[in-house]
Write a protein that binds this ligand. Structure first.
Ligand code: TRP
Length: 473
């Protein structure tokens, strides 16, 4: 059934798009490092517990609200709620903030594919004998290049979203996600067979409960923040994707599949990345963030000899695909808002035009981040932050945990489980987690969210700025 609004062709297509949204830069550079630095296996346990009590709740909550209302983030709250009408706007704004830095980083992936292609053919645009730190530094201060690659990344994203739910997003994800998985396996095989790779695996997996004992709060909040970002939760992405889903599909099962797949890819990304970083990255190699991706790992590819550029192209293509499928979900949040509005006003939706408008809006913010080049270029710093971190602070630090908190309160206390469950129990599907969801939405998840919100603010230095001292000394 194809409505004017559009819909997914198959449940598999929806899953590929949703897992594609979840699997992104967060999995590849965030998770492995955070797991290693916060207790390895002990961290993984905390992550899984949180994914069950908060991740599942918010995932199922978002998908259900989306499908029930048949509208995106903004429209869903406006239709379903009296007291929380405005919550969707948090998500709408977050989409622009997250995309402001996501598209810059996506552009960096394209640049690094180009560098490795240059190396493969010994063309002038490769590493030119420099080390990766120098190449990255030169790239950061080359502001025009930063903007150009950002534009290229955004343009690709835009074209896919313009293709629509089934003809664009689903079509791309159905090919890209299996391809990503195969590339990941190839990179893992090369990585773990490097001499000295075991150190990397030890860093990531060795169980160490000391971080938990010493600083339980910080470990829990780190795991929680990472989980929300990695699962694309808290800003209506899954409301939007859920709104295009057929009424007969099983929302509980889909929620579990998305969460399990995303966690699995995060662990696999660690096995792909950390052994190589330890084996060839050398002393002082950065193990997280942009420096891991673009300095440590580029050094790894350069040290691999002949096969290096091939592995480099493969790897940055993999990261680019992961970033693209996440970026399209963020753009879709904003595009769907305009489509819903047109439908409400009885107008013909103009998807292509809306997508263009959204991407131009994103480009304005992204240009600031690109010109800033991670702070290399001395742009004025808002509240003392690099622009990328500033936009990240607002979205990931404040608006997303707040959005998730308000959603739970809305479902638990205003909508109530009866109306919520009706949406799930269609076409013979059962609502197996009813009791669990009730407890989580009303009490457990909101408490988790408030806790994560406070510690996120602390880790961004906000608590210290206001109260003169941070939470953890
Ligand atoms: N989950 C993606 C990642 O891990 C990023 C992302 C896509 C996202 N859509 C989102 C994060 C919505 C928060 C909200 O990189």
């Amino acid at each position: 059934m194809e409505t004017k609004r559009g819909s997914w062709g198959t449940n598999f297509g929806f899953l590929m798009a949703a897992v594609g949204s979840a699997v992104g830069l967060g999995n590849i550079w965030g998770f492995p490092y955070k797991m290693g630095a916060n207790g390895g296996f002990a961290f993984l346990l905390v992550y899984i517990v949180l994914a069950v009590i908060a991740g599942f709740t918010v995932m199922l909550g978002e998908l259900t609200l989306g499908r029930k209302s048949g509208r995106g983030a903004v429209g869903a709250y406006q239709l379903l709620s009296k007291r929380f009408k405005w919550v969707g706007w948090l998500g709408f704004a977050s989409a622009f903030l997250i995309m402001s830095f996501y598209s810059v980083l996506g552009g960096y992936c394209i640049k690094y594919m180009v560098i490795n292609i240059g190396d493969l053919f010994n063309a002038g645009f490769g590493m030119a004998g420099l080390d990766a730190g120098a190449v990255f530094g030169n790239f950061m201060v080359s502001q025009a290049e930063g903007v150009i690659y950002t534009v290229i990344f955004l343009a690709i994203t835009m074209v896919i979203v313009m293709g629509g739910i089934k003809g664009g997003i689903e079509k791309f994800s159905k090919i890209a996600m299996p391809a990503l998985f195969i590339m990941l396996v190839i990179v893992i095989i090369r990585s773990v067979s490097l001499p000295g790779a075991v150190e990397g695996l030890k860093f990531m997996f060795a169980p160490n409960f000391d971080p938990l004992k010493e600083n339980f709060g910080r470990v829990v909040a780190t795991a929680g923040g990472q989980m929300f970002f990695s699962l694309s939760l808290g800003m209506g992405c899954m409301i939007t994707y859920g709104s295009y889903l057929d009424k007969k599909e099983n929302l509980e099962r889909n929620s579990v599949i998305i969460i399990v797949a995303d966690t699995l890819v995060a662990i696999l990304a660690g096995i792909a990345v950390l052994p190589a970083a330890f084996a060839l990255g050398g002393e002082g190699a950065a193990l997280g963030g942009p420096s891991l991706l673009f300095v440590t790992l580029q050094d790894v590819f350069s040290a691999m000899g002949g096969i290096g550029p091939v592995m480099g192209i493969l790897f940055y293509l993999l990261v680019l695909i992961a970033a693209l499928t996440s970026a399209i979900s963020l753009v879709e949040v904003a595009t769907t808002f305009f489509i819903d509005r047109a439908e409400l006003k009885g107008r013909e939706p103009k998807r292509k035009l809306y997508t263009l408008v959204v991407c131009i809006g994103i480009l304005v913010l992204a240009t600031i981040v690109a010109l800033d080049g991670l702070g290399y270029n001395g742009l004025p710093m808002p509240l003392g932050y690099v622009w990328l971190d500033f936009f990240d602070l607002w979205s990931e630090g404040i608006m997303m945990p707040l959005g998730a908190l308000l959603m739970c309160l809305f479902i638990g206390w205003e909508l109530k489980m009866g109306a919520f469950g009706e949406e799930i129990e269609q076409h013979g599907n059962r609502f197996r987690s009813r009791g669990f969801m009730t407890a989580c939405c009303k009490f457990i998840t909101p408490i988790c969210m408030i806790f994560i919100l406070i510690v996120q603010l602390d880790s961004f230095g906000i608590i210290e700025k206001i109260f003169g001292r941070g939470l953890f000394g």
